[in-house]
Design a protein around this ligand. Structure first.
Ligand code: KG4
Ligand code: ZN
Length: 353
């Protein structure tokens, strides 16, 4: 069964064809990240307009790269939430139109759930991807870390799962983005922080890890504020000094030390909660997915502490893509949405997992 996946929840317009949930036949992504970089974050209106301009060519490219005609496609899977409502709407309306016009079933997919399915892809004729030799086995403990979400989920099968904990405020990727902004590093902040941290001393600043009443919940806004206070003190400025003017007072070595100290603290928080859940629930596999799973320091740290098979997808499948959507689409029953969802599916911007 070949599923065409369509993803447009944030600033990436993506389409991909995946066969039987594990074989990646194509993976097309068009990102509007450069348009948002000047604003230091995603501007929803710009994202929607950009999706509108590129979604049709992106889908065509995905079909071409997969050597597929419409007659080869068995179903269309589309992200219907969570995400930006205008962005989701473009993907959903495109998918609905194609499902009706081409007589294909439409499978609504939860974006956060789908991040885990990047780890289900094990094979491809495409070059420059690395894949695990086998798929993760249930029960799977998943850590989903992105710009919008930070969740620990215990999955007993493709449809049944329990959210063990989530963030009470900022997602971890959002914290990377905000700290990068304080340091004057380019958006998106994750890769910038990770690069700056390479030459920094992670012990230079002692930053706090949040304490939550539930052991598996997260909070990153305090860490971000602690970075802001540390920078204000380092620059000898009061707490009401505008954060946008701090970066110009820092030299490269100070920026590197702050980036490394922040990254270490954020990764330690993720690693300690994942490890606690790993010890308590004894899963057969652990999956770490989402944009922040691209972080090299996180990957290295988790590899050293998790003793069960650990799956962290290829970096190109960690950040938003449609391959994960097509893969999850295969594992959901064809009636996962209402049978008439091609006529009625709507965005659910705050869809929970
Ligand atoms: O999964 P994703 O592409 O989009 C959402 O669903 O949010 O994740 C984007 C997030 C951004 O916050 C970005 O800064 C972060 O992933 N990110 C990273 C790295 N690469 C991307 N965070 C830390 N280290 C990285 N190397
Ligand atoms: Zn995502």
């Amino acid at each position: 069964m070949k599923v065409l996946g369509i993803e447009s929840s944030c600033d990436e317009t993506a389409a991909a064809v995946v066969e039987n949930g594990y074989k990646l036949l194509s993976n097309s992504i068009s990102s509007s990240v450069d348009l948002h970089a000047v604003y230091g974050g995603v501007v929803p209106e710009i994202a929607s307009r950009s999706h509108l301009g590129v979604i049709t060519p992106t889908i065509k490219e995905a079909l071409n790269d997969a050597n597929c005609q419409w007659s080869d496609i068995d179903a269309i899977a589309v992200t219907y939430g969570p995400g930006l409502s205008g962005s989701l709407l473009i993907g959903i309306m495109t998918a609905r139109t194609l499902a009706i016009a081409k007589h294909k079933p439409l499978i609504p997919v939860n974006h956060v759930h789908s991040h885990v399915y990047a780890a289900m892809i094990t094979e491809s004729p495409l070059k420059n991807y690395s894949f695990p030799q086998s798929q993760p086995q249930f029960p799977i403990l998943s850590l989903i870390v992105s710009g919008g979400h930070t969740q620990l989920v215990l999955m007993t099968d493709h449809k049944n799962y329990k959210v063990l904990g989530k963030t009470a405020d900022d997602a971890v990727g959002e914290a990377f983005d905000k700290v990068a902004k304080i340091l004057g590093l380019p958006y998106p902040g994750g890769p910038s922080i990770s690069k700056a941290a390479q030459s920094g001393n992670p012990e230079a600043f002692t930053l706090p890890q949040s304490k939550m009443s539930s052991p598996y919940d997260f909070s990153f806004s305090g860490l971000k504020t602690a970075v802001l206070r540390a920078v204000q003190e380092l620059c000898g400025k009061p707490y009401d000094f505008p954060s946008s003017r701090l970066a110009e007072l820092l030299n490269e070595s100070q920026k590197a030390d702050i980036a490394a100290s922040f990254q270490k603290t954020a990764v330690q928080t993720l690693a300690s909660k994942l490890f606690k859940a790993f010890e308590e629930f004894k899963p057969r596999s652990v999956v770490v997915a989402g944009g922040v799973a691209a972080n090299g320091y996180l990957r290295k740290t988790l590899t050293s502490i998790i003793t069960a098979p650990l799956f962290i997808p290829d970096i190109k499948l960690c950040t938003d893509n449609a391959a994960m959507v097509a893969s999850l689409g295969f594992y959901l029953p064809l009636d996962a949405g209402r049978p008439d969802s091609a006529y009625h599916l709507q965005p659910v911007p705050s869809l929970a997992m």
